[in-house]
Design a protein around this ligand. Structure first.
Ligand code: 5GP
Length: 203
Protein backbone atom coordinates (compact mmCIF):
# COMPACT_ATOMS: atom_id res chain seq x y z
CA UNK A 1 0.00 0.00 0.00
CA UNK A 2 1.26 3.45 -0.84
CA UNK A 3 2.39 5.55 2.09
CA UNK A 4 -0.08 8.43 2.44
CA UNK A 5 2.06 10.16 5.07
CA UNK A 6 4.04 13.16 3.87
CA UNK A 7 5.40 14.68 7.06
CA UNK A 8 8.26 13.97 9.41
CA UNK A 9 8.13 12.92 13.06
CA UNK A 10 11.32 13.82 14.90
CA UNK A 11 11.74 11.92 18.15
CA UNK A 12 14.18 13.13 20.77
CA UNK A 13 15.24 10.75 23.55
CA UNK A 14 17.98 10.52 26.12
CA UNK A 15 18.54 10.15 29.83
CA UNK A 16 17.11 12.53 32.37
CA UNK A 17 19.23 15.68 32.75
CA UNK A 18 20.88 15.45 29.32
CA UNK A 19 19.29 18.63 27.96
CA UNK A 20 16.34 17.37 25.86
CA UNK A 21 14.13 20.16 27.15
CA UNK A 22 16.66 22.82 26.12
CA UNK A 23 17.03 21.28 22.67
CA UNK A 24 13.27 21.25 22.10
CA UNK A 25 12.83 24.81 23.40
CA UNK A 26 15.55 25.94 20.96
CA UNK A 27 13.86 24.13 18.05
CA UNK A 28 10.58 25.82 19.02
CA UNK A 29 12.25 29.22 18.71
CA UNK A 30 13.91 28.35 15.39
CA UNK A 31 10.88 26.62 13.92
CA UNK A 32 7.64 27.94 15.40
CA UNK A 33 5.87 26.47 12.34
CA UNK A 34 6.60 22.88 13.48
CA UNK A 35 4.10 20.95 15.61
CA UNK A 36 5.04 20.23 19.25
CA UNK A 37 2.32 17.86 20.47
CA UNK A 38 1.46 17.63 24.14
CA UNK A 39 1.82 14.22 25.79
CA UNK A 40 -0.23 12.74 28.59
CA UNK A 41 1.26 11.66 31.87
CA UNK A 42 0.12 10.39 35.25
CA UNK A 43 2.95 12.09 37.11
CA UNK A 44 2.24 15.18 39.20
CA UNK A 45 3.07 18.58 37.77
CA UNK A 46 6.30 20.07 39.11
CA UNK A 47 6.38 23.62 40.43
CA UNK A 48 5.94 26.01 37.52
CA UNK A 49 4.61 23.37 35.11
CA UNK A 50 1.26 24.18 33.61
CA UNK A 51 -1.21 21.68 32.22
CA UNK A 52 -1.29 21.84 28.42
CA UNK A 53 2.24 23.15 27.88
CA UNK A 54 4.33 19.97 27.59
CA UNK A 55 1.89 17.56 29.24
CA UNK A 56 -1.71 17.00 30.10
CA UNK A 57 -1.65 15.69 33.66
CA UNK A 58 -4.25 12.96 34.07
CA UNK A 59 -5.07 10.20 36.53
CA UNK A 60 -4.00 6.57 36.17
CA UNK A 61 -7.65 5.63 35.56
CA UNK A 62 -8.00 8.19 32.76
CA UNK A 63 -4.75 6.99 31.23
CA UNK A 64 -5.80 3.34 31.34
CA UNK A 65 -9.11 4.27 29.74
CA UNK A 66 -7.12 5.99 26.95
CA UNK A 67 -5.08 2.82 26.43
CA UNK A 68 -8.24 0.74 26.24
CA UNK A 69 -9.80 3.17 23.75
CA UNK A 70 -6.70 2.96 21.53
CA UNK A 71 -6.01 6.70 21.85
CA UNK A 72 -2.24 6.38 22.14
CA UNK A 73 0.21 5.96 19.30
CA UNK A 74 2.66 4.79 21.94
CA UNK A 75 2.84 4.82 25.71
CA UNK A 76 5.24 3.58 28.34
CA UNK A 77 5.78 3.34 32.06
CA UNK A 78 8.83 5.48 32.58
CA UNK A 79 11.26 5.29 35.52
CA UNK A 80 9.20 2.31 36.75
CA UNK A 81 6.40 4.54 37.97
CA UNK A 82 4.23 6.81 35.86
CA UNK A 83 2.63 6.40 32.47
CA UNK A 84 3.58 8.71 29.61
CA UNK A 85 2.01 8.58 26.15
CA UNK A 86 1.55 10.42 22.88
CA UNK A 87 -1.87 10.63 21.32
CA UNK A 88 -2.36 8.96 17.97
CA UNK A 89 -4.62 11.49 16.30
CA UNK A 90 -2.54 14.72 16.37
CA UNK A 91 0.56 12.87 15.18
CA UNK A 92 -1.07 10.92 12.36
CA UNK A 93 -3.11 13.95 11.21
CA UNK A 94 0.04 16.08 11.20
CA UNK A 95 1.98 13.48 9.21
CA UNK A 96 -0.85 13.22 6.66
CA UNK A 97 -0.77 17.00 6.24
CA UNK A 98 2.99 17.00 5.63
CA UNK A 99 3.90 18.67 8.94
CA UNK A 100 7.16 18.41 10.84
CA UNK A 101 6.42 17.18 14.36
CA UNK A 102 8.88 17.16 17.26
CA UNK A 103 8.31 15.17 20.45
CA UNK A 104 10.41 13.97 23.35
CA UNK A 105 9.73 10.39 24.43
CA UNK A 106 11.66 7.80 26.44
CA UNK A 107 13.60 4.96 24.77
CA UNK A 108 10.66 2.54 24.96
CA UNK A 109 8.45 5.13 23.27
CA UNK A 110 11.00 5.65 20.51
CA UNK A 111 11.14 1.90 19.96
CA UNK A 112 7.33 1.67 19.73
CA UNK A 113 7.21 4.57 17.27
CA UNK A 114 9.38 2.54 14.89
CA UNK A 115 6.66 -0.08 14.77
CA UNK A 116 3.84 2.32 13.92
CA UNK A 117 5.41 5.10 11.83
CA UNK A 118 7.01 4.26 8.45
CA UNK A 119 10.80 4.77 8.42
CA UNK A 120 10.60 7.48 5.73
CA UNK A 121 8.46 9.59 8.09
CA UNK A 122 10.45 9.03 11.26
CA UNK A 123 13.76 10.35 12.58
CA UNK A 124 14.98 9.19 15.99
CA UNK A 125 17.69 11.13 17.80
CA UNK A 126 19.35 10.02 21.02
CA UNK A 127 21.10 12.68 23.10
CA UNK A 128 23.87 11.22 25.18
CA UNK A 129 26.08 12.35 28.03
CA UNK A 130 29.72 11.60 28.63
CA UNK A 131 29.17 9.83 31.96
CA UNK A 132 26.74 9.20 34.77
CA UNK A 133 28.42 11.68 37.11
CA UNK A 134 27.66 14.58 34.75
CA UNK A 135 24.03 13.55 34.52
CA UNK A 136 23.74 13.09 38.26
CA UNK A 137 25.09 16.60 38.79
CA UNK A 138 22.66 18.11 36.32
CA UNK A 139 19.65 16.28 37.73
CA UNK A 140 20.60 17.22 41.29
CA UNK A 141 21.25 20.83 40.23
CA UNK A 142 17.72 21.21 38.94
CA UNK A 143 16.75 20.66 42.56
CA UNK A 144 13.14 19.90 41.73
CA UNK A 145 13.10 16.15 42.35
CA UNK A 146 13.04 14.18 45.57
CA UNK A 147 16.11 12.01 46.24
CA UNK A 148 14.23 8.76 45.55
CA UNK A 149 13.21 10.07 42.13
CA UNK A 150 16.80 11.10 41.32
CA UNK A 151 17.91 7.55 42.15
CA UNK A 152 15.21 6.02 39.95
CA UNK A 153 16.21 8.29 37.08
CA UNK A 154 19.87 7.34 37.40
CA UNK A 155 18.90 3.68 37.24
CA UNK A 156 16.91 4.30 34.06
CA UNK A 157 19.79 6.38 32.63
CA UNK A 158 22.03 3.32 32.38
CA UNK A 159 19.31 1.30 30.66
CA UNK A 160 18.62 4.17 28.30
CA UNK A 161 22.29 4.69 27.38
CA UNK A 162 22.50 0.97 26.57
CA UNK A 163 19.76 1.38 23.95
CA UNK A 164 21.33 4.33 22.12
CA UNK A 165 22.35 2.12 19.20
CA UNK A 166 18.68 1.63 18.28
CA UNK A 167 18.45 5.27 17.17
CA UNK A 168 19.04 6.79 13.74
CA UNK A 169 21.35 9.43 15.21
CA UNK A 170 23.30 9.96 18.42
CA UNK A 171 24.28 13.45 19.49
CA UNK A 172 26.64 14.38 22.32
CA UNK A 173 25.54 16.78 25.01
CA UNK A 174 28.77 17.71 26.78
CA UNK A 175 29.06 19.70 29.97
CA UNK A 176 28.49 23.44 29.30
CA UNK A 177 28.20 22.86 25.54
CA UNK A 178 24.46 22.65 25.07
CA UNK A 179 24.56 25.06 22.10
CA UNK A 180 26.78 22.61 20.21
CA UNK A 181 24.22 19.90 20.90
CA UNK A 182 21.39 22.16 19.64
CA UNK A 183 23.41 22.93 16.48
CA UNK A 184 24.06 19.23 15.85
CA UNK A 185 20.38 18.39 16.23
CA UNK A 186 19.47 21.26 13.93
CA UNK A 187 21.88 19.98 11.26
CA UNK A 188 20.08 16.62 11.36
CA UNK A 189 16.67 18.30 11.13
CA UNK A 190 17.77 20.37 8.12
CA UNK A 191 19.23 17.32 6.35
CA UNK A 192 16.18 15.15 7.02
CA UNK A 193 13.75 17.82 5.81
CA UNK A 194 15.76 18.10 2.63
CA UNK A 195 15.70 14.31 2.16
CA UNK A 196 11.93 14.28 2.67
CA UNK A 197 11.45 17.19 0.25
CA UNK A 198 10.04 19.46 2.96
CA UNK A 199 10.70 23.19 2.70
CA UNK A 200 10.39 24.71 6.20
CA UNK A 201 9.46 28.05 4.60
CA UNK A 202 6.32 26.44 3.21
CA UNK A 203 5.05 24.84 6.40
P1 5GP B 1 9.75 14.00 32.84
O1 5GP B 1 8.98 13.38 33.96
O2 5GP B 1 11.13 14.39 33.26
O3 5GP B 1 9.01 15.13 32.17
O4 5GP B 1 9.92 12.88 31.70
C1 5GP B 1 10.36 11.62 32.05
C2 5GP B 1 10.62 10.79 30.82
O5 5GP B 1 9.39 10.56 30.11
C3 5GP B 1 11.57 11.41 29.82
O6 5GP B 1 12.50 10.42 29.42
C4 5GP B 1 10.69 11.78 28.66
O7 5GP B 1 11.39 11.72 27.44
C5 5GP B 1 9.63 10.72 28.72
N1 5GP B 1 8.39 11.10 28.00
C6 5GP B 1 7.81 12.32 27.90
N2 5GP B 1 6.70 12.27 27.16
C7 5GP B 1 6.59 10.99 26.72
C8 5GP B 1 5.65 10.30 25.90
O8 5GP B 1 4.69 10.84 25.38
N3 5GP B 1 5.87 8.96 25.71
C9 5GP B 1 6.93 8.29 26.26
N4 5GP B 1 7.06 7.02 25.99
N5 5GP B 1 7.82 8.92 27.05
C10 5GP B 1 7.66 10.25 27.28
Amino acid sequence: MENELKGLLIIISGPSGVGKGTVIRSLKKMYPQFEYPISHTTRDPRPGEKDGEVYHFISKEQFEQGIEDGDFLEYARVHETNYYGTLKKPIMDGLKQGKVIVREVDVQGAHSMKEVVPPENLVTIFIKAKNKEELMQRIAHRGELPEEEVKRRMKSAQREMDLADDFDYQVWSLQDQIQKCVDDVNAIVVEEMEKAGIDPENL
